[in-house]
Design a protein around this ligand. Structure first.
Ligand code: F3S
Length: 286
């Protein structure tokens, strides 16, 4: 029996960088004895958040809580944040460890510049998602979030208004194209910047290809991680015997002799050691 790990399983580039920054700060803190916070959980993985807590990293959940902080450092996670958060940290004299993914930072710069030049910013993405909320605040005028065909069709604009369209990094590319087409057909004066990051798509494609060949698939990730849930759905549609687990403890496998290939994939917030643990367990025990 073969156990194969899908390509691109686990941390993406942005999450990897955020984790590195957090651990570097923990090491530094061990010397200085300073407090460390993350603004929101650093990643959607309970195990990692627990481990960080054991190392003294606390999670701040609201702006109100942030305003109470008097010392130490705050890590900004890869989704990025609004300008307001940087201002609060500066005002309070708290060190900012900025782990915003460079791909998200690029969007902040685009919307800041384009809105300054008078363009209306359209963000194609999910309203309320922390990344989208952050992007909105980097615009100099109110941005519009478009999630669906209906939103795009219902959008009205003022005569002569110029638009700049960007996307949430994890948005589906085909859907983005479809929505952009609606704007183009209506004859708006638009500039479109495709700001989708391909890490999610690469991970999903690799998982789909592996699941199509596998007899059993294991998807590892946090229960609240939407990208892991999506991976699970993709694998399940290709391979009926697909298991969704958070850690090895959740794995309840009973593999018949006929099983030839077990595939493993993991969401963007799943650390390598958890993936390896599962991979080794299946290799050794079956
Ligand atoms: Fe960055 Fe793409 Fe990951 S935007 S955080 S590398 S999904």
């Amino acid at each position: 029996m073969e156990v194969v790990r899908a390509e691109s399983a686990g941390f993406c580039f942005g999450v990897e960088k955020a984790m590195e920054k957090a651990y570097r700060q923990i090491e530094k803190k061990a010397k200085d004895g300073d407090k460390i916070y993350t603004f929101g959980p650093l990643i959607h993985n309970e195990e990692v958040v627990k481990e960080l807590k054991q190392k003294g990293v606390e999670v701040i959940d609201s702006v109100e809580e942030l305003k109470e902080i008097k010392e130490g450092s705050v890590i900004i996670r890869s989704h990025g944040v609004s300008r307001e958060i940087y201002h609060i940290l500066e005002e309070r004299g708290v060190e900012c460890i900025d782990a915003t993914c460079p791909f998200v930072k690029r969007i902040h710069k685009i919307v800041e510049k384009e809105s300054e030049q008078g363009k209306k910013i359209i963000i194609i993405g999910n309203d309320g998602h922390p990344e989208v909320e952050g992007i909105k605040d980097w615009c100099h005028s109110p941005a519009i979030v478009i999630e669906s065909k209906e939103d795009a069709l219902n959008f009205t604009f003022e005569e002569g208004e110029k638009l700049c369209i960007v996307s949430q990094t994890t948005f589906n590319y085909n859907k983005f194209q479809e929505l952009v087409e609606i704007f183009k057909k209506r004859g708006y004066d638009i500039s479109v910047v495709n700001t989708i990051c391909n890490a999610t798509e690469e991970r999903q494609t690799a998982a789909r290809e592996l699941a199509a060949k596998a007899d059993v698939m294991i998807v590892i990730g946090g229960i609240n991680s939407s990208n892991t849930r999506k991976l699970y759905e993709i694998c399940k549609s290709e391979c009926e015997d697909t298991h969704f687990i958070q850690t090895l403890d959740d794995l309840n496998l009973d593999l018949p002799k006929s099983v030839r290939l077990v595939g493993i994939t993991a969401g963007a917030s799943t650390p390598n050691n958890i993936i390896e643990e599962v991979q080794n367990y299946v290799r050794i025990n079956f």
